[in-house]
Write a protein that binds this ligand. Structure first.
Ligand SMILES: Nc1ncnc2c1ncn2[C@@H]1O[C@H](COP(=O)(O)OP(=O)(O)O)[C@@H](O)[C@H]1O
Ligand SMILES: [Mg+2]
Length: 183
């Protein structure tokens, strides 16, 4: 996978398969600590002991239609290649949180990529799920909560083109305005 936004899509897909009704995506870019971290948390069914034990194994999956489960091992490998790590916190019936961290300025660190498009894909394909997106760049933090947006929208669907364009532009504007904070 060539950038982190695609990893995020992939890891969030696990949360959807785990029956989550709420998915939290948190990105931290901290150039002073020289860390980039990506966290995906859900309130899905969690993992049992057997799954936790095997989840770093690229040939393990609980999906019946395919033989390899590469999502988590690939992200773990990307993190390790950049002096980082991947950690999993999970509890049966409560949910799972996966955190990957990277040395921010590591030469092999993948770019974040098109983060706003990944989010839009998730929101449009799963409008019933609440997404809480948080992105921090040093001292500036952006937060988007689709549960709140849906409440404000009343009967307009969150998937309507105007709403989607608004969300995408809002994220893009923040990203542009905070670019110089990363220097
Ligand atoms: N958020 C999650 N909640 C519950 N189980 C999960 C979660 N993420 C991953 N898993 C379990 O770990 C397995 C491996 O995940 P992954 O590496 O992404 O491969 P794949 O999704 O292709 O199976 C999944 O099949 C699933 O059983
Ligand atoms: Mg997966």
């Amino acid at each position: 996978m060539k950038d982190l936004s695609l990893h995020i899509l992939d890891i969030a897909e696990n949360s959807i398969n785990a029956g989550a009704s709420e998915i939290r995506i948190k990105i931290v870019e901290d150039t002073r600590e020289n860390i980039l971290s990506v966290e995906i948390g859900d309130n899905g069914k969690g993992m049992d002991k057997e799954t936790i034990r095997k989840v770093y194994d690229p040939f393990f999956t609980t999906k019946e239609c395919k033989r390899t489960g590469l999502g988590i091992p690939l992200l773990a490998q990307s993190a390790k290649e950049c002096n980082g790590d991947l950690t999993i916190k999970t509890e049966r019936g409560k949910g799972t949180t996966i955190t990957a961290c990277f040395q921010y300025d590591h030469i092999d660190r993948k770019p974040l990529g098109d983060i706003e498009s990944s989010l839009i894909v998730l929101i449009v394909s799963h409008p019933q799920i609440d997404f809480i997106f948080e992105h921090r760049r040093n001292d500036s933090t952006y937060i988007l909560n689709t549960a709140e947006i849906k409440k404000d929208l009343d009967e307009i669907p969150i998937t309507s083109p105007e709403v989607i364009k608004f969300i995408k532009d809002d994220i893009k504007t923040w990203l542009i305005n905070t670019n110089n904070m990363l220097k």
